[in-house]
Design a protein around this ligand. Sequence first.
Ligand SMILES: Cc1ncc(COP(=O)(O)O)c(C=O)c1O
Length: 348
Amino acid sequence: MRYYDFRSDTVTRPTAEMREAMYRAEVGDDVYGEDPTVNKLENLAAQMLGKEAAIFVTSGTMGNLAAVLAVCGRGDEAIMGTQGHTMLHEAGGVSALGGVVIHTVPNLDDGTLDMEDLPKALRTPGDVHEPISRMLIIENTQNACGGIPISAEYTEKAAEFAHMNGLWLHVDGARIFNAATALGMSASSLVRSADSITFCLSKGLCAPVGSVLCGPKPFIHKARRLRKMLGGGMRQAGVLAAAGIVALESMVDRLAEDHQRAKALAEGLSSIPGVELIKHSPTTNMVFIRVASERKLSNEAFIAHLKSQGVLINDTAPCEFRLVTHHDIDDEAVAQCVQAMRTVLQQN
Ligand SMILES: Cc1ncc(COP(=O)(O)O)c(C=O)c1O
């Protein structure tokens, strides 16, 4: 049976062009800095994000973790959203491995952190009782709030606040190219005021593995040592970086297609009685829905029924579900998904 997989854009498989580039990749020992393909990817990424330098890492989680560890010492504090991936889904790595204190601020409905809450999250410098505020993390697109693109204006305000208070601004930009596409601007302009950014090659851009952390040269130099410490020194990683180069050179422009399909999917789903769009869906490649709670199906049963119709989705809360469009989701997949959901809800 063929499955249409709407669970995430992380399920994308490398394209034929990527597999060819991986096969042909020139490689060397990247821990020695001698892998020409990794070096090329890092230079390209730094240039596309408008930062001085970049480092290829195994995952978005490693990129974010290395960024925090490069800036914060043990007992220092990183401020982040309650709905941030760094808070919810990175296994508490910054605390577990770095002794970094997490200070959360609620995400607003639009994915941002309230500029009025941020000053309240600051610790008093010089007070021996308190941790030291060192870093602010924002996420773009903000996944849990709806895959919402966060504007350059907001990023600038967050940077201004951070810099006035001696904090480093890191952007978890796992899907920064989706944000830039939705906002109609370059990724580099979108994160100009941020100090560092992690973005993922292995989500909507379809590379099989990897993310890139970008920032100033001394910061990236520190991150290189941290990557080694975390077990991410990958030696002949050019075979992976080759796919990342294809991702940056030929997969960014097509993200608009995923956003179009998310719109078509949202339109189709919202025409089904009992299905309601939530979280401003869709603003990029994610569609969040609430399904009427009076239905008898549990989330698990609903997901299982859809699976039996060839459609895979994830739940995010009781009666709430997320569907993500990506390279492997075509118009037929969208139509099949809408049809499957209509059938399951009619029958239950
Ligand atoms: C917003 C966000 N940040 C970071 C990550 C972590 O990426 P990875 O799965 O490569 O560790 C994800 C993964 O889904 C994400 O959605």
